[in-house]
Design a protein around this ligand. Structure first.
Ligand code: GDP
Length: 616
């Protein structure tokens, strides 16, 4: 490594004073001033040593975990890193009265509660289709007219009993929740396509369900397909210890076609059977506790969190704490978009009125008073900030962008891939992070410079430029201005809508294969100025073309505050009363959107096409 030796700074010379024996407990985010003395060294010793390693810090700046470990190794000390606030958290929970919540004593006398289901399985095996089908065919009549909105979970009725489904399929989200200590799922539905059989992610899902000690019900899907071979699936699953009831085992396997809505009722009935065996109960009275499933910032409504109530009753007006967010519940909105006054166990509900965006997997609890909820949240925030300081990456000397990673690996160096992740909701952010972490290898480390919810902003670009990071947007996009800045700064922005594609690109980069064959090119951008409702036709967006050209039948997406809210094609395009093939910058036009009705003034319409780019 090159030596960075500013003038006037004496070089670090090893000091031979003994270091404390055994593990030295160090809080994340400590400064050299706090850290040095713990190892019988001065702050200056630490600073000089790090300088020699190419890391410039002052005595009062927070050190990263790596820096502290590096120094400890140098002086022969052993560290035990703790998050600041770990002990304080125990006290906070006492303050919330969480230690008072103990229902286990008289479990049998508690009322039954609906089971909470997560759907897992290999990609393309039909998880989403199944969740959609269950939701669409089981919305109680009368409510069917209402728009079922996606709040991260929903409840359906079956023979007078309720079943709750977590609406984020796949084990990434499940694992991310568990990693944060949240146990939200009672039963896992494992979807296996009958025409494809057991695949890698099927096996992963089984492992995750087993690790969580959650019972599995298998849905053998796509039974309508000619190639369907359910017996083969049963055989493959038996080899993994999931033996169907029909063969004397104890795993329920139901043949379904999510596409044709066949067997779905049977599946629901079986879920109720398993639920009964599991004897799921919860206290339905008293202060509510539960877990945050999703959370985002809504322009009109402020921070919105979808929570799953796990015990007690949550009411409008309750003072709540969710992670570092707090507030008085202003409104509760159920999965049918209806305002409700209160909800009980196993019910998903959106909470309005929180101070900030909570994180998926955070627990939430109704506090004894608003004052306590604020104090607890603020104390947590303070400690979280302390903790995060430790992981703030100091621009790593070996930091690499996606395109450079392979070069580093080839040169036999350890490459650190700096990433900035922006996503639409905390759930996908967590899922993405967890999946990405699994790609780490001995010679390729990932360094998350920033992870956040919301559109890609100018400051994200600046941070990416400063830290030599690749910016990844998941279901979010930069607007035109931000795109211009990124070109100017030479920052690469990669946007995705499927986690798998993110992983594939990064993996390919590690293999030196990163040569995207297609590049998405934005061809036109228009601002929505007015919405016209035309009977029988639907909505027409009165737009002003800001840049490029809007062409009929081109691919289009709608953005609200940088977040993708819809994708499709331009179904009709008009200049005044006439149909137009294309409309150029600076003109007004009417854009018709066949099946999207939720457009608002101020939204952006972006058209794009995929262009092939030559391999380099
Ligand atoms: P996911 O990746 O597991 O969420 O899978 P999707 O729900 O997106 O389904 C993948 C593809 O399989 C889609 O094209 C679905 O329309 C199709 N599909 C899902 N269920 C069925 C089924 O029961 N029968 C048939 N023939 N196709 C299905």
């Amino acid at each position: 490594m090159e030596e960075l030796q500013p003038l006037g700074m004496p070089a670090y010379t090893p000091v031979n004073a003994p270091v404390p024996e055994g593990e030295v407990v160090v809080e994340r985010g400590s400064t050299a001033q706090q850290f040095g003395p713990k190892l019988n060294r001065t702050a200056a010793d630490v600073v000089r040593f790090l300088l020699q390693q190419g890391e410039m810090v002052t005595a009062t700046q927070s050190l990263s975990d790596d820096m502290m470990e590096l120094f400890a190794a140098e002086v022969g000390a052993q560290l035990k890193m703790v998050d600041p606030g770990e002990e304080q958290e125990v006290q906070l929970r006492g303050r919330l009265g969480l230690d008072l919540v103990d229902d286990d004593e008289d479990y049998d006398s508690l009322p039954l509660r609906p089971p909470v289901i997560t759907v897992m399985g290999h990609v393309d095996h039909g998880k989403t289709k199944l969740l959609d089908q269950i939701r669409n065919t089981n919305v109680v009549a009368g409510e069917a007219g209402g728009i079922t909105q996606h709040i991260g979970a929903y409840q359906v009725e079956k023979g007078g009993q309720s079943i709750t489904f977590i609406d984020t399929p796949g084990h990434e989200a499940f694992t991310a929740m568990r990693a944060r200590g949240a146990e939200a799922t009672d039963i896992v539905v494992l979807v296996v396509a009958a025409d494809d059989g057991v695949m890698p992610q099927t096996l992963e899902a089984i492992q995750h369900a087993r690790a969580a000690e959650v019972p599995i019900v298998v849905a053998i899907n796509k039974i309508d397909r000619a190639e369907a071979d359910p017996t083969r699936v049963m055989q493959q699953l038996s080899e993994r210890g999931l033996i169907p009831e029909a063969w004397g085992g104890d795993t329920i396997m139901v043949e379904v076609s999510a596409l044709q809505n066949f067997g779905v009722d049977d599946l629901l009935e079986n879920l109720l059977v398993v639920s009964e065996v599991e004897d799921l109960r919860a206290n339905a009275t008293g202060r509510a506790t539960g877990v945050v499933l999703e959370s985002n910032l809504d322009i009109g409504r402020g921070p919105v969190a979808t929570v799953l109530v796990q015990r007690g009753t949550l009411k409008v007006g309750d003072p709540v704490v969710a992670g570092a967010a707090w507030g008085k519940v202003r409104a509760l909105i159920d999965d049918k978009g209806k305002q409700v006054k209160s909800v009980g166990p196993s019910t998903p509900v959106q909470i309005l009125g929180l101070s900030e965006v909570a994180e998926a997997g955070d627990d939430f609890i109704v506090a004894p008073s608003e004052k306590v909820s604020r104090e607890v949240a603020q104390t947590r925030e303070h400690w979280q900030r302390q903790a995060s300081l430790g992981s703030v990456p100091h621009i790593a000397a070996g930091g690499a962008r996606l395109e450079d990673v392979f070069r580093h690996i080839q040169a036999g160096e350890t490459a650190t891939l700096n990433l900035i992740l922006k996503a639409d909701v905390t759930g996908s952010l967590e899922a993405l992070t967890e999946s990405l972490k699994k790609l780490e290898r001995d010679d390729v480390k990932l360094n998350f410079v920033l992870r956040g919810v919301g559109g890609i902003t100018k400051s994200d670009i600046q941070l990416a430029a400063a830290s030599n990071a690749t910016l990844i947007g998941f279901n979010v996009r930069p607007d035109r201005k931000v795109r211009e800045i990124s070109h100017h700064e030479g920052v690469e922005i990669r946007t995705y809508e499927i986690i798998y594609n993110v992983l594939e690109d990064i993996e390919n980069a590690m293999l030196g294969l990163l040569a995207p064959e297609f590049e998405e090119v934005v061809t036109g951008e228009a601002e929505v100025r007015e919405i016209f409702r035309v009977p029988k036709v639907g909505s027409i967006a009165g737009c002003y073309v800001l840049s490029g050209t809007i062409t009929r039948n081109s691919k289009v997406r709608f953005l609200r505050e940088g977040t993708i809210i819809w994708k499709g094609t331009v179904s009709s395009l008009r200049r005044f009363k006439d149909d137009a093939r294309e409309v150029n910058t600076g003109y007004e036009c009417g854009i018709g959107l066949s099946d999207f009705q939720d457009l608002k003034q101020g939204d952006t319409i972006e058209t794009f096409e995929d262009r092939e780019i030559p391999r380099t």
